[in-house]
Design a protein. Structure first.
Length: 547
C-alpha cells in the first residue's frame, strides 16, 4: 500500500511531498499489516504519476529547472526519460485541475497526458531580425530546391505585436490554462503525438483510452463565447467525446449538459459518467449515466436525488477538545467556520441546494446562527460569551453578515478574501454566473445587468450591514484571487475605517487588514504565505482575545 503525504519544510520555505509504503497481507477476510513502513521517498518534483495496468511499470512526469520530463520506471530502475520540450509540439503539461491526467494505454505501449497548446511565437513590431533570418533561410532552401512543407503547429512565423493580446483562461486556480491538447507518448520511440480532430470550441480534459486503444474518450468543455471559472464549478457546459487517431471526433452524450468523470468498465464495453445541469448552483446533484459501446445506447443508472428518502449512512468523526477543560472556569470558546451544512449545502438532495437560490444572505445566515445557538444550548462546557468566526470566500461573506446582523453576539471574526458586495464583484469575478444565480436571476452569456439586478445583488450583500459592525475583525486579502478580488475586502475595510478611529493595518487595532500579494483563497498557498497568514491571525487573536 502506497500513501502520499505532504509536510511543511520551514528551512527551504516550501511544502515537500513524499510517499510511505506498507506491506499488507489479505487473508480472504480482512487485511493485516505484516511489515513496518519502508523509508519515505521524496517525490517533490513529481507533477503526475501513474502505474500501468499490470502494475509492472510506472510513468512519472517530473519538473526539473523549468523543464518537464516523462520517465518510465520498471522493476529494476529507470527505463526511459523523455524531455517533453525538445520536440516543441506543446506547452506546459497540466498537472492538476479538471484537465490534468496521466494514463497508460491498455497495451502499456503508450501514455496519455494533457498539455497547453503550443502558441505561435509573438514579438513586437520593433523586433525584425528574427523574421529577416527566417525569410532568408526559406529563400535559401527554395533556391536549393529543398523547400519543405512546414508543420503549422510548429513552425508558424511570429505574429507581430500579439504579445499585448488578451488571453482568456479557465479562471481561479487554473491561470494560464487556456487551450489544452491531448498528447500521446510512444514509449518505444519517444515520439509525441498531439491528437487532431478536437472541435475548435472545446477544451479537452479528463481523458482516458477508448476500448481496445482505438482512440480516446474525453470531456470537452465549451469555451465560447468566453470561459467561466472551472475550479469547484461542476455546472459548465460540456460533453463526452470519442476521437480516433484519424482525427474523427464523435459526440457520445448530450451537448447541453455538464458532463464529468468518465470511466471505462473492466470489460471495456460500458462508459460510465456523471451528467448535471448547466449554470445554477456550482455543485448540484448529478445523474449517473451508462453508455453502451456496442449498442450506442445511453441509460440512466441513478437519477438526480431531489429529496433523500431515508437517512444517510453513519460515518465516524473526531471531536477534539482541550485536555484541561476544568481549568477553563468560564467555559470553552467556540470557533464557528461557516461554509457547509446550512440549507443550500450539498448532501441533502437537489431541493435543499435550490432552496438557497434567491435567499442568499438571509436563509444561510439564519441557519448558521440557529446552529450556533443550538450548539451553545446543548453543550454546557462552551462559553456563550466567547464565540468566534472564521471563513473565506462565501464563508467570509457569512462571517461579515453575522457580525453585521448580530453585532453583540460574536467576540471576533476572521475573513479571508470575503465576498462583501455582489454588485461590485459582478464584473471582476471569474464566476459571473453565480452573481446572478445567487440572488434568483437567470444567467446568460449576453446578459447585461439592469438597475434592478444590481439592487438585488446589493441588498443580499453583507455591505448593507457594515455600519452596524462593532465586532473586531481581521481581513486577510490575497492579491491573486480571480474569484473574489481583494478589492472586496478593501471595500469593507474603508467602510469600517471611516467609522472607527482605531482602524489601521496593524493587528493591534479593532479592525485590521493584511494584504498578501501572492495569496489566493481558492488555490493552495505557498508555505511562506501560509506562515504569514497564520502568524497574522495569531498576533491579532492574541491582541483581541482576552486571556
Amino acid at each position: 500500500m502506497l500513501k502520499e503525504w505532504t509536510q511543511s519544510e520551514l528551512e527551504r520555505g516550501q511544502s515537500i511531498t513524499f510517499t510511505r509504503q506498507h506491506t499488507v497481507l489479505h487473508d480472504g477476510v480482512s487485511l493485516r499489516l505484516i511489515g513496518p513502513s519502508s523509508p519515505c521517498t521524496d517525490i517533490q518534483n513529481q507533477l503526475l504519476s501513474s502505474y500501468s495496468p499490470s502494475g509492472k511499470l510506472k510513468a512519472v512526469i517530473r519538473e526539473k529547472q523549468e523543464k518537464q520530463f516523462l520517465e518510465i520506471w520498471g522493476e529494476n530502475g529507470l527505463l526511459r526519460s523523455t524531455d517533453l520540450s525538445t520536440q516543441n509540439v506543446h506547452g506546459k503539461v497540466y498537472g492538476s485541475g479538471q484537465f490534468g491526467v496521466l494514463t497508460w494505454s491498455h497495451s502499456e505501449k503508450k501514455v496519455l497526458y494533457v498539455a497547453e497548446k503550443k502558441r505561435t511565437e509573438v514579438r513586437s513590431f520593433f523586433q525584425t531580425s528574427d523574421s529577416v533570418c527566417h525569410d532568408e533561410r526559406r529563400e535559401s532552401k527554395r533556391q536549393e530546391g529543398k523547400e519543405e512543407q512546414e508543420d503549422s503547429n510548429i513552425s508558424q512565423q511570429p505574429i507581430k505585436d500579439s504579445n499585448l493580446e488578451f488571453w482568456d483562461d479557465w479562471g481561479e486556480g487554473l491561470s494560464g490554462s487556456r487551450l489544452p491538447v491531448l498528447c500521446i507518448l510512444d514509449i518505444q520511440s519517444s515520439c509525441i503525438l498531439v491528437v487532431k480532430g478536437i472541435p475548435d470550441d472545446v477544451s479537452p480534459g479528463q481523458a482516458l483510452w477508448a476500448p481496445g486503444d482505438q482512440g480516446l474518450l474525453f470531456v470537452g468543455w465549451y469555451h465560447e463565447p468566453f470561459r467561466l471559472g472551472l475550479k469547484f464549478c461542476y455546472n459548465r457546459r460540456s460533453a463526452l467525446y470519442h476521437v480516433d487517431f484519424e482525427g474523427r471526433c464523435e459526440l457520445l452524450s448530450s451537448d447541453s449538459h455538464a458532463i464529468s468523470s468518465p470511466r471505462l468498465s473492466p470489460d471495456q464495453r460500458h462508459v460510465i459518467y456523471l451528467e448535471g445541469e448547466t449554470f445554477g448552483p456550482h455543485s448540484q446533484c448529478l445523474r449517473l449515466q451508462l453508455y453502451d459501446w456496442l449498442t450506442k445506447e445511453t441509460l440512466i443508472l441513478v437519477d438526480r436525488v431531489k429529496r433523500p428518502e431515508k437517512a444517510g449512512l453513519d460515518f465516524e468523526a473526531l471531536l477534539v477538545k482541550p485536555k484541561s477543560v476544568e481549568k477553563m472556569e468560564a467555559g470553552i470558546p467556540l470557533i464557528v467556520q461557516p461554509h457547509v451544512n446550512y440549507r443550500g449545502s450539498t448532501g441533502f438532495g437537489q431541493d435543499s441546494i435550490e432552496s438557497l437560490i434567491g435567499l442568499i444572505g438571509r436563509q444561510d445566515v439564519k441557519d448558521v446562527q440557529h446552529a450556533v445557538n443550538t450548539v451553545l444550548q446543548s453543550d454546557a462546557t462552551l462559553n456563550p460569551k466567547s464565540v468566534y468566526l472564521l471563513g473565506g470566500s462565501h464563508g467570509g461573506f457569512l462571517v461579515c453578515h453575522l457580525v453585521g446582523q448580530y453585532p453583540d453576539f460574536y467576540k471576533a471574526g476572521v475573513m479571508m478574501n470575503p465576498v462583501i458586495n455582489y454588485a461590485t464583484l459582478l464584473g471582476t469575478s471569474d464566476i459571473t454566473d453565480w452573481r446572478y444565480t445567487a440572488v434568483g436571476l437567470q444567467y446568460s452569456y449576453d446578459r447585461i445587468p439592469t438597475v434592478d439586478d444590481l439592487a438585488a445583488m446589493l441588498t443580499s450583500s453583507p455591505l448593507v450591514h457594515a455600519a452596524k459592525i462593532t465586532t473586531p475583525v481581521l481581513l486577510l486579502l490575497g492579491g491573486k484571487d480571480k474569484r473574489v478580488t481583494p478589492k472586496q475586502g478593501v471595500e469593507l475595510y474603508r467602510v469600517l475605517k471611516s467609522r472607527s478611529r482605531s482602524v489601521s493595518s496593524l493587528p493591534s487595532s479593532s479592525y485590521s487588514l493584511c494584504f498578501i500579494h501572492d495569496f489566493s483563497r481558492h488555490a493552495p498557498p505557498t508555505l511562506d504565505v501560509t506562515v504569514i497568514v497564520k502568524d497574522e491571525r495569531a498576533d491579532w487573536e492574541s491582541a483581541v482575545v482576552p486571556e
